[in-house]
Ligand binder design. Structure first.
Ligand code: UDP
Length: 461
């Protein structure tokens, strides 16, 4: 291990979509720093193997597990990450429970070499107290992009109008953007929304006491929104991505069955739609059946990665009926490897920010089907702002609303073969080039941002 005077602590939130980019950030720090820092990643026992596997090429990064709290009401024993929760409605108690890690975290910090700075997930609001106690400069990472933060902040000025009317409201700070209530996915049930809002406020207040935010995005993708955010008196945000581009090529290993299938589709000259809704998908059986029928009607070739047992829910007949056109996979896959495959020409995605940005980086247009969190805003950005995708509409316009097979098959065909698909492809390829340029050593905007940020942080330690 390189001897270094700098020691960086990372504490990701226990969700794959939050953990993966912070681990990629750890890699970027190793690549970037002239003098390699020592890096320690904190997690919990049931998340350790995922993290260690992900970082298997960088054994110099230390991983420390703290015992995850037990006997939390509503959280089944042994569940230590959001993708294992029976429902995402348990997000608040699950996240609140992480505060019980604080004494273990602080006890461990006492015995670690001096920490130069830490990067903690914004969801783990309580870490601000630990950082203050130990006088450690702290950056925060939320996993979202600047567009969704800026639009949410700009919308606060219009909140009563947005809440009360169904017509879209024009944002005075971004006059070309109209928003509606459903863009913000706030629950109408105060029993659900009050604890979530309270937690959110704690997270925002904690982030406000940090030295800055790191954002997994790049300036050229969303410059008006980065500038808007940074014109406030909040801690500055630093775009240092796209972090997915930092991963090294995977070592040679046996190809999984779905990559063989994609290879076959390449030989047949058949473009493939990749269908996946992230690590926390929650789709009702009724919607799942309709989705399957929509895919079947569209007649496109598709690779569908899902946690659900499609054969059991929809019937083996569906699987047999689409066996030539479609492949359904229930495993954890290397999504980057799939998206980078030449056969993949479209991505039906929930628009989790990692998935959306990965698609942009490889130049694959998106069909956005947002389902929760800030995904509706990501979808809006993809479709209206940077114009690299289309969107499926629900019957009643709400985020949780029902999508019919006709709507889905029509949009799938439009994405894969329609007139607009050419423009989407051209746009997404342009952004893909800009994404790569952002991380070029020495000259890329994200690379230079990290230079400045590290200089600022390390000067003070
Ligand atoms: N992912 C993956 N394999 C899977 C499922 C997900 O590699 O089988 C990765 C995906 O590439 C992305 C992350 O997990 O980096 C999911 O993050 P995203 O923001 O897209 O969605 P979330 O899971 O947070 O809803």
């Amino acid at each position: 291990m390189a001897v270094s005077s700098h020691h960086v602590v990372l504490f990701p939130y226990m969700a794959k979509g939050h953990t993966i980019p912070l681990l990629q950030f750890a890699r970027l720090l190793l690549l970037h720093h002239r003098e390699q820092p020592t890096i320690t990643v904190f997690t919990t026992p049931k998340n350790q193997s995922f993290i260690s596997d992900f970082l298997s090429d960088t054994p110099e990064i230390n991983v420390i597990s703290l015992p995850f709290p037990e006997n939390i009401s509503g959280i089944p024993p042994g569940v230590e990450s959001t993708d294992k929760l029976p429902s995402m409605s348990l997000y608040v108690p699950f996240t609140r429970a992480t505060k019980l890690l604080q004494p273990f975290f602080e006890e461990t910090l006492k015995n670690l070499p001096k920490v130069s700075f830490m990067v903690s997930d914004g969801f783990l609001w309580w870490i601000s107290e630990s950082a203050a106690k130990f006088k450690i400069p702290r950056l925060v990472f939320f996993g979202w992009n600047s567009y969704s933060s800026a639009v949410s902040i700009a919308a606060l000025k219009h909140r009563p109008e947005i809440d009360s009317q169904t017509e879209p409201v024009t944002l005075s700070d971004f006059p070309w953007i109209k928003v509606k209530k459903y863009d913000f996915n706030v629950s109408d049930d105060p029993k659900q929304s009050a604890p979530a809002e309270e937690l959110f406020m704690d997270q925002i207040m904690s982030a406000d006491t940090s030295q800055g935010l790191i954002v997994n995005s790049f300036y050229e993708l969303e410059s008006p929104f980065v500038d808007y955010y940074n014109s406030s008196d909040r801690p500055k945000s630093w775009c240092v991505g796209p972090l997915c581009l930092v991963d090294p090529p995977k070592p040679h290993r046996a190809k999984p069955a779905w990559i063989h299938w994609l290879d076959r589709k390449r030989e047949e000259g058949r473009p493939v739609l990749y269908v996946a809704f992230g690590s926390q998908e929650e789709i009702s059986n009724k919607q799942l059946k309709e989705l399957a029928l929509g895919l079947e009607d569209s007649k496109v070739n598709f690779l569908w990665v899902t946690k659900n047992d499609v054969g059991e829910i929809i019937g083996q007949g569906f699987k047999d009926g689409v066996s030539e056109n479609g492949m359904i996979v229930r495993d954890w896959v290397d999504q980057w490897e799939i998206l980078s495959h030449e056969s993949v020409k479209g991505f039906l995605s929930h628009c989790g920010w990692n998935s959306a940005q990965e698609s942009i980086c490889v130049g694959v247009p998106l069909l956005a089907w947002p389902m929760m969190a800030e995904q509706p805003l990501n979808a809006k950005m993809v479709v209206e702002e940077i114009k690299v995708g289309l969107r499926v509409e629900t019957e009643d316009g709400s985020v949780k609303g029902f999508v019919t097979r006709e709507e889905l098959s029509g949009k799938v065909q439009e994405l894969m073969e329609g007139e607009t698909s050419k423009t989407l492809k051209t746009n997404v390829r342009e952004y893909s080039k800009m994404a790569k340029a952002a991380l070029v050593q020495g000259t890329g905007s994200s690379w230079k941002n990290l230079d400045l940020l590290l200089e600022k942080l390390c000067k003070s330690t």
